[in-house]
Design a protein around this ligand. Structure first.
Ligand SMILES: Nc1ncnc2c1ncn2[C@@H]1O[C@H](COP(=O)(O)OS(=O)(=O)O)[C@@H](OP(=O)(O)O)[C@H]1O
Length: 921
């Protein structure tokens, strides 16, 4: 009987080199400007991006590209005052980008001169975009309109004219431009460019300053046959243009429109690159990256080496009828051999699940056998025996057996296994971390490397990163558009065009451009059926070779991971996100975990401001539960600063234990009950969606967990880390006079017998006026450390600004530490309101001033008082005048900035701050 044989698609991509056609260098040679040798940029200099508003599309696009390549940037709204461009005589910005170039031309004279002077002195260039008529029209000068009523207008005082609203085709790059690094010029992207609204530029003829970087034809210009034989009729969708008109080459060149040009700086000393459209067009992203490199004198340049790893997951797992046959295995081997010629050392990594061996149709089972026979061609990594997800069990033995059975399968079948690498089915247990999985990896299978798409989140893809946890290097995985169900090209979700768009300049191609290390996951079904993986990777590699100078390499996973963290060392430490904020994360998080076990508010400190008293008073409220005391750090958890952070969120969550007794009043047998309850508590409401996660014995309302770690306030990374894990947390900050705080800390250290505090007076410590005591280098260091701990946290405004970049002011409550000491009942009322605590507690019945202690204490059942320990509310002499004067001047600037900040936030200025500011010592 006749059986229909399906033929997998062939890659017919042709790279149309046009360089030979364009002929000799018609653009002249680039001359680099001289005279910039003395000015220096800061090592941490950034790209300065002027956007129209925070929300404009192109502005966001620019930022996305910068983030994807991990370039540091600063965003400014154009039209407002310029940011400080230098610090200590060094330039802060190594390239400047204007989302709308007209905003640059129309800077007021003062700012324009300042910016131009900066660019000249520091040899920093400007990239600008002119997109469509609208943008240009808004900025058209009246004189321009009169001179050029048809919309052709001059670009500021440059001898260049711009026209907008063009539609173009046949995009090509000027092979003689010296800006190209990643981009490989010389090819022509035949066909219509889909983006509309192109601005095109007329440059002065034979200029030694201005050259085209990119050009194209007007959309309606008809070319049939190019000199070296390309026919438009070969190009899909353009057939209708194929009458027999042959090209007139001179005419062709004359008709090219300049869409991106370069100003090499010899005109007015400033280098510029101007785009006649945004970054939607795929080639513009490449040109943009090369422009940044060129204009920053190489500071922002990506290396050209790209490393690639392709995993084939689900070996043996696929459904009957979708699995590889022997011929597919042969094609796979043949493809690997071809790829290895282009990518030295390339080998596929095969992730196997032994349980499903021989579960296909007979010819597929033959395929399994053939694959085993040819197993030496590949690197085999252990998936799990039954393809199970680790997070579904807390039983490490079950997870262990999954791996052991699978490895046994590999042993019996002589597979050349590579045990340092593994991949988890459905990313389960990798991120969010499932501790038993990492423990098992460590214990039995010496796993050192894995990969996931989920860190920190699946989307946006350009922000995927790696991290190291328990010595396992987790690499970010990129998406190549192929999944278990994408097995036929004509059934590709969204159509064949969608896959091809991703390959030819779209997401897949772009992931190679921006990521130096690329790990892709495919599935065995992508190598059977239409063998879409072969098609996809062959096509994208051809495209990369045509349009870029990227060099492709391959390394075994362990070496690749080491390379990754060599390139991106700053990614080693993980950042813990809240699994309940990302549905995908939530679905692969252990069922025994609940977001209840995370605090809903934090007392941030700073140290010595009364944070323990506040913590103590809050713990008296029946609806809140403080953290379990830590034995390591004076009861504080201190998770977000220091080493504890690397212990992971399970470690942190263990500090928040649900009570045994019935402590809460709201019935929550099901979510509806609570939904209908009259409570206004946003904290309760915010957590309703996670009820299912409450471990069965707990049928009470969620508690309000909180913790206080007074070291959080001034920790550099703490605001970012807190925001990642607890984005909705409320934050409580206590402020007392920073002078008093510093002194209290010194006394605290003295009470702890710190030798440096015992041997040096407070004044000596803070002023470092100690020459008469002739301290050794070591002692000086200790003095400086103590001084820093005394003074550093008191720069309140500096630290608060950091918190405010992550949290809204509405999430923060400022407690006046003096009020807390003298009138805590008032403070606790405000706190209950701010936290929306229920039930309302009358603290006047619970707190009383204790004459002996000299502070407010808790009223106990027997009507006596329970006060904080000896270390809180110490008795020590008053601060001496010399120190007071010194600190007054030291903090004056900080206090001025703080008062401005509090005013901005509409927070009442505390009396101690008013006094400091009015005190002219
Ligand atoms: N009710 C009550 N009881 C005891 N102490 C009180 C109270 N209210 C405020 N204070 C002030 O709190 C200061 C200690 O601050 P912290 O708890 O933040 O210190 S620590 O950072 O946790 O070590 C402590 O500082 P010292 O007086 O220097 O010991 C107190 O002044």
């Amino acid at each position: 009987m006749f059986s229909w044989i399906r033929v997998p698609p062939k890659v017919d991509y042709q790279c149309h080199r046009v360089h030979s056609m364009v002929g000799s260098n018609i653009f002249g040679e680039y001359e680099s400007p001289t005279g910039y040798k003395n000015a220096q940029l800061r090592p941490d200099s950034k790209v300065l991006v002027f956007v129209e508003t925070q929300y404009t599309r192109l502005g966001k696009h620019i930022v996305e590209v910068l983030e994807a390549v991990r370039f540091k940037y600063k965003i400014e709204i154009a039209g407002k005052s310029l940011p400080l461009l230098t610090s200590s005589d060094k330039g802060k910005y190594s390239a400047i980008v204007f989302e709308n170039l007209f905003k640059y031309f129309h800077l007021n004279k003062w700012n324009r001169d300042l910016l131009d002077k900066y660019c000249r002195e520091f040899n920093v260039g400007i990239i600008g975009f002119i997109v469509g008529n609208e943008q240009a029209d808004n900025h058209k000068k009246v004189s321009d309109q009169l001179n050029h009523p048809k919309g052709r207008r001059r670009l500021d005082n440059l001898p260049i004219y711009v026209e907008s609203d063009y539609q173009i085709k046949d995009y090509q790059l000027n092979a003689h431009s010296n800006i190209f690094r990643i981009t490989r010029p010389g090819s022509i992207s035949l066909g219509i460019v889909p983006e509309n609204n192109w601005s095109i530029f007329t440059l002065p003829p034979n200029s030694s300053s201005f050259f085209p970087i990119a050009q194209a034809l007007p959309r309606n210009y008809i070319v049939d046959t190019y000199p070296d034989g390309y026919k438009y009729s070969n190009i899909k969708k353009l057939n209708k243009l194929s009458n027999s008109t042959s090209i007139d080459w001179n005419n062709y060149k004359k008709n090219l429109l300049t869409t991106v040009f370069q100003d090499n700086g010899s005109y007015d000393g400033i280098k510029r690159i101007v785009f006649g459209n945004g970054l939607d067009y795929w080639l513009h992203k490449l040109i943009f990256l090369d422009s940044l490199s060129y204009l920053s004198n190489g500071k922002w340049s990506l290396p050209l080496q790209r490393y690639i790893q392709i995993d084939i997951d689900d070996i043996f797992v696929g459904e009957k009828g979708t699995r590889m046959k022997a011929v597919d295995v042969e094609m796979l081997i043949e493809f690997q051999q071809r790829l290895a010629l282009l990518i030295p050392g390339f080998k596929f990594n095969l992730g196997y699940s032994g349980k499903f061996f021989h579960r296909g149709y007979p010819d597929e089972n033959d395929g399994d056998d053939f694959l085993l026979k040819k197993s030496d061609h590949f690197r085999w990594f252990c998936h799990t025996f039954t393809h199970s997800q680790a997070h579904l069990t807390n039983n490490a033995t079950i997870i262990e057996n999954e791996l052991l059975f699978n490895r046994e399968f590999a042993k019996v079948n002589n597979l050349p296994t590579y045990n340092v690498y593994t991949v988890s089915p459905h990313h389960s247990g990798v991120y969010p971390i499932h501790e038993p999985l990492f423990d098992v990896w460590k214990r039995i299978s010496e796993v050192r490397v894995t990969s996931t798409e989920e860190y920190p989140h699946l989307r946006p893809a350009h922000l995927r990163r790696g991290f190291i946890y328990k010595d396992v290097m987790v690499l970010p995985r990129q998406t190549c558009g192929l999944y278990t169900h994408t097995i036929f090209i004509d059934k590709y979700p969204g159509g064949r065009d969608k896959l091809e768009k991703s390959i030819f300049g779209g997401d897949l191609f772009y992931s190679f451009v921006v990521n130096q290390i690329n790990v892709y996951m495919t599935h065995q079904s992508n190598y059977a059926n239409d063998r879409l993986a072969l098609y996809t990777f062959e096509a994208v590699i051809k495209f990369i070779q045509c349009w870029t100078n990227l060099q492709l390499f391959s390394l075994p996973p362990l070496e690749l991971a080491r390379k990754y963290f060599q390139i991106y060392p700053e990614e080693k430490d993980p950042i813990w996100m809240n699994p309940c904020e990302d549905r995908r994360h939530y679905n692969i998080w252990s069922l025994s975990k609940s977001c209840f076990q995370l605090p809903q508010f934090l007392i941030l400190g700073p140290q010595k401001t009364g944070s323990t008293a506040l913590y103590f008073f809050l713990s008296m409220h029946p609806s809140v539960i403080s953290n379990q005391p830590s034995t390591d750090s004076f009861e504080e958890v201190q998770f977000f600063n220091g080493k504890n952070y690397n212990k992971g969120i399970d470690w942190y969550m263990n500090f928040f234990q649900l009570p045994n007794s019935s402590h809460f009043t709201l019935p929550i047998d099901d979510a509806t009950t609570l939904n209908n309850s009259s409570t206004n508590s946003s904290l309760v409401q915010g957590h309703m969606k996670f009820f299912q996660r409450i471990p069965p014995p707990y049928k009470e309302a969620p508690p309000y967990f909180f913790e206080k770690s007074s070291t959080y306030f001034d920790g550099e990374l703490v605001p970012m880390r807190v925001h990642s894990l607890l984005p909705h947390a409320k934050l409580i900050v206590i402020l007392i006079s920073p002078l008093k705080r510093a002194y209290s800390w010194y006394q605290h250290m003295k009470a702890h017998n710190l030798s440096i505090a015992l041997n040096y007076t407070f004044y000596e410590v803070v002023s470092l006026d100690v020459q008469h005591k002739n301290p050794s280098e070591r002692t000086m260091k200790k003095l400086r450390d103590l001084r820093q701990r005394c003074l550093g946290p008191g720069a309140y405004a500096l630290h608060l600004e950091r918190w405010l970049t992550f949290f809204s002011p509405q999430q923060m409550l400022f407690v006046d530490g003096d009020e807390l000491r003298l009138n805590p009942i008032n403070v606790m009322d405000k706190l209950q309101m701010f936290l929306k605590l229920e039930p309302y507690i009358d603290y006047s019945k619970m707190l009383r001033f204790d004459q002996k202690k000299g502070f407010y204490c808790q009223v106990t059942k027997g009507n006596s008082t329970k006060c904080l320990g000896k270390s809180k509310g110490r008795i020590y002499p008053e601060m001496d005048t010399l120190s007071r004067n010194y600190l007054h001047h030291y903090y004056l600037h900080h206090n001025v900035v703080l008062s401005k900040l509090l005013n901005r936030l509409r927070v009442r200025i505390p009396t101690w701050l008013e006094l400091e500011l009015s005190n002219n010592l």
